[in-house]
Design a protein around this ligand. Structure first.
Ligand SMILES: Cc1cc2nc3c(=O)[nH]c(=O)nc-3n(C[C@H](O)[C@H](O)[C@H](O)COP(=O)(O)OP(=O)(O)OC[C@H]3O[C@@H](n4cnc5c(N)ncnc54)[C@H](O)[C@@H]3O)c2cc1C
Length: 400
């Protein structure tokens, strides 16, 4: 039977469908009313579609080597060639992150959608696979009262992160029904919850900082990048990168923000002394105006005990030293990490020992394949997860 069914029309499912179309008649079942809903939300709507530096070290899961064959067959250069062939123009930004030149995730989805159409892939939206079972030498998929039959099936249902964007546990359930095992699931690339009033007061403000997770005075992991203050704590790409460390690190952790990652504390202290001399008549809590985001400067001065009632000229060297120290080590106790709804990716998934890494075919059920986040693979923040989705989707779509 040359019928091929792809379950899931997200990043990996669309990539798999395009490659599989070279081998037979492809039907793509997507549970939501449209393809690629999560893809549209990636990279804050800009879609950080890959990272030119993606390497096996950027991936996590029970089996560290599992990603190697897919990344070797479809490294970021091959993924970019694939998208170029679909007509997508891309730009590389800091840290090797690649975005569509249009700055719009919709462009990535559009080129995939049009190519699916051009290749004659039958796309059925609002079609959630309810059950997957063996049917003679092939498979039967139950969906909305219909039964779809195929000789080969690729499960690309994603993980349960980003529930509001369609993250569900269907893929795990469908594969478990055919005898596959799942590892424990944890939210990853997720905001940190902090027991402090300051993040809430700064809600919505984004800064570039070096963020470090500490246990007591021992630094565990650092990341420099985007930090967003939220109602409940801290978010942003630098924080996402630390969230795995915070999730598994246990109790007694804190996160420290270095708001001037390029400058030593002494240099900041000297700058503050010059500001005191130059802006003598300014309210003391406006000393950092022009050096930091206005609200961050004000809150930091308050945290350092500088009152708006006094003028800058009244500040002592000890107060300036305290402010400089705080600017380099603005610390919040971590009370936990966000849940699956707030997470970008699921850590854990289908046990990769039960899939051949060279083909992504099941070792238990011939002609069954899986790709993307449904497998126990999660990547770092910065385009690595979509890189895995494309690479694994294209590899599974080879149907070897
Ligand atoms: C807010 C947010 C921002 C992100 N930003 C980035 C980023 O910039 N860069 C990056 O690399 N990664 C990013 N990620 C992670 C990335 O989006 C995922 O890792 C990637 O989409 C996984 O691809 P996938 O195909 O495995 O799953 P998905 O893209 O989630 O696709 C799975 C699809 O399967 C469908 N489905 C589920 N169950 C069924 C069923 N029973 N029948 C039929 N269809 C079904 C779902 O509706 C979904 O469309 C982000 C994630 C989120 C939540």
């Amino acid at each position: 039977m040359n019928e091929i069914l792809i379950l899931g029309g997200g990043a990996s499912g669309m990539a798999a469908a395009l490659r599989a179309a070279e081998h037979g008649t492809v039907t793509l079942l997507e549970r939501q009313p449209r393809l690629g809903r999560k893809l549209l939300a990636t990279g804050n709507g800009r879609c950080n579609l890959t990272n030119v530096g993606a390497a096996p070290e950027n991936y996590h899961g029970a089996s560290a080597d599992f990603v190697k064959p897919a990344l070797t067959a479809y490294p970021p250069t091959a993924v970019l060639d694939f998208f170029r062939s679909l007509g997508l123009r891309t730009v590389e930004e800091y840290g090797g992150r690649v975005y569509p030149a249009s700055d719009h995730a919709g462009s990535v989805l559009d080129v995939l959608r049009l190519e699916l159409e051009r290749r004659g892939v039958r796309v059925l939206c609002g079609a959630g696979a309810e059950a997957l079972r063996r049917d003679g030498r092939g498979f039967a998929v139950l969906c909305g009262g219909e039964t779809y039959r195929a000789g080969r099936v690729i499960v690309a249902c994603g993980g349960c992160a980003g529930g509001k964007l369609g993250g569900v546990t269907d893929g795990y359930r469908l594969l478990q029904a055919l005898g596959h095992q799942r590892t424990a699931l944890h939210p990853a690339l997720v905001p940190l919850r902090c027991d402090s009033a300051d993040p809430k007061a700064l809600k919505g403000v984004r800064v570039t900082a070096k963020a470090t997770v500490f246990r007591g005075d021992a630094p565990l992991q650092s990341e420099t990048g985007d930090v967003l203050f939220t109602d409940t704590g801290l978010s942003g790409t630098a924080i996402f990168s630390l969230s795995r460390c915070a999730a598994v690190g246990g109790a007694g952790l804190s996160v420290s923000l270095d708001l001037f990652p390029e400058d030593a504390e002494d240099a900041i202290y000297e700058d503050l002394k010059q500001r005191r001399a130059r802006f003598m008549a300014r309210p003391a809590n406006e000393l950092l105006v022009g050096a930091l985001h206005g609200r961050v400067g004000l809150i930091l001065c308050r945290a350092a005990g500088l009152s708006g009632g006094a003028t800058a000229e009244t500040l002592t060297d000890a107060q300036l030293r305290r402010l400089a120290r705080l600017a380099k080590d603005y610390r919040f106790p971590i009370s936990g990490v966000g849940g699956f709804d707030a997470a970008q990716v699921t850590a854990g998934g289908m046990d990769t020992r039960e899939f051949d890494p060279n083909t992504l075919q099941s070792r238990l059920v011939p002609d069954l394949y899986a790709c993307g986040e449904v497998l126990d693979v999660d990547g770092d923040c910065g385009g690595y997860n979509l890189q895995w989705a494309w690479a694994s989707g294209l590899l599974a779509g080879e149907l070897r």
